[in-house]
Design a protein around this ligand. Structure first.
Ligand code: AMP
Ligand code: MG
Length: 399
């Protein structure tokens, strides 16, 4: 481990450089592809929309036939799903949203702007050519790549795939993560809580964080604070998954065996990162698997996951990803004592102010459940109420 602490950005760059995207691909029904990463670019065979069509319920006509006084006979009715005929000169067609504009018509007028009487229609204000017409191909042209390889398939992407009729997609194989949890003090919910024990919260958080990313989780449970048990579980984990993620046991105390176990079975890299909350960032390789050791403190584990592990995993999944966006907000707090390390404080936006959770200890997990973002304060900076601070929404860190 290098003696001098790395910046958050440098540590992330180290980790990303170590992340090799998986290459195995498979096909997946579009319906089941939520959260998957596209491997094969999706090229449309169809034009969307296929024809010029009405953007409003109303009347289709030729602008040349319009005058403020003239009543145009309604010569046909075109509901969505039917094809009208050519528009007879000097007439209008009753048309509905999504119905094809009949040939000959060059504008659609919304019904709210029309007067209708005895099978005839009149409009007081002049329409414009092309008004309320959605053009063929204005969304997608046949032959166009609509989703690039690396796209993460969320609701909008699945909608686009469906809009071009794709029933299956070429996706990356799902990444598999094996997880286990160290600590003789931790107990699973549902078990009796002996005096001095605490419930294992990192399991709930970590499994949820991974599942939300579309990663398959292999849960190897809780492991006692013993080197032999840690080695045995780590060995199983590395055989079972692409990535092994643990919580706790990465400090340098005698009860912390993760580092020694990784060194025994593989190799380890640790980077001291100048940030709070956080501990050394542990990365290693065991067999063919990557190893990532999260700190035990629940808030540290969550923040380290979001800032480092998640971008690593996204790259490993073969996904395109953007760095988390942030914006500035006025501080609704004082932060008088500059810290030696960059701090990520649990915060919430209230009436346009960034407010801090009153207890910023890395063991206080309720701060994260309360927060909707992190205030990012540079090392050595102090903040006065009303000054601008950088706010990173949790939604950006979890997207
Ligand atoms: P460690 O990193 O093992 O030194 O743990 C740091 C702190 O996090 C200790 O107070 C542990 O009790 C706590 N901790 C470790 N693992 C968990 C867990 N799975 N759930 C909740 N707290 C934990
Ligand atoms: Mg421990």
């Amino acid at each position: 481990m290098s003696e001098s602490a790395l910046s958050v950005d440098a540590a992330l760059a180290n980790l990303l450089a170590a992340a090799l995207p998986i290459t195995d691909q498979e096909t997946c029904p579009t319906e089941a592809a939520l959260g998957r990463v596209l491997a094969t670019p999706l090229v449309s065979e169809v034009t969307v929309p296929p024809l010029d069509n009405a953007a409003m319920d109303g009347y289709a006509l030729r602008l040349a036939d319009w005058s403020a006084e003239s009543w145009l006979p309604i010569s046909q009715r075109i509901p969505a799903g039917s094809l009208g005929g050519e528009l007879a000169p000097g007439t209008a067609a009753r048309i509905f949203t999504g119905a094809p504009v009949p040939s000959g018509a060059d504008c659609v007028v919304m019904q709210e702007d029309c007067e209708v009487n005895d099978g005839k229609v009149r409009l007081v204000t002049a329409p414009r050519v092309g008004s309320h017409i959605r053009r063929a191909g204005e969304d997608i042209r046949a032959g166009q790549t609509v989703l690039e390889a690396g796209a993460r398939l969320g609701p909008a992407q699945l909608g686009v795939a469906a809009s071009v009729g794709a029933v299956e997609l070429g996706v990356m194989r799902r990444l598999k993560a094996a997880v286990f949890f160290t600590g003789d003090e931790i107990v699973l919910p549902g078990q009796p809580l002996a005096h001095g024990r605490i419930y294992n919260s990192n399991r709930a958080t970590l499994v949820a964080l991974l599942s939300q990313m579309g990663i398959e989780v292999v849960d190897l449970g809780q492991v006692p604070d013993r080197l032999d048990a840690t080695i045995a579980t780590l060995e199983r984990a590395a055989l079972a998954a692409d990535v092994v993620i643990t919580s706790g046991g990465v400090s340098v105390g005698e009860e912390d065996h993760i580092k020694a176990a990784v060194e025994r079975l593989g190799r380890i890299e640790m980077w001291k990162v100048a940030m709070k909350p956080g501990k050394p960032l542990v990365y290693g390789r065991v067999g063919n698997a990557d190893f990532l050791g999260l700190p035990g403190n629940p808030v540290s584990a969550f923040v380290v996951f979001c800032l480092f592990v998640r971008p690593f995993l996204l790259r490993r999944m073969g996904a395109e990803s953007q760095p988390a966006a942030s914006f500035t907000m006025p501080a609704g707090f004082d932060w008088p004592k500059p810290g030696k390390r960059r701090e990520f404080l649990r915060a919430r936006l209230q009436d346009g102010w960034a407010m801090l959770y009153p207890n910023q200890s890395s063991g206080v997990l309720t701060s994260l459940a309360w927060a909707d973002g992190l205030v990012d304060i540079e090392a050595g900076a102090s903040v006065e109420n009303g000054e601008s601070v950088r706010f990173i929404p949790l939604s950006e860190l979890l997207k």
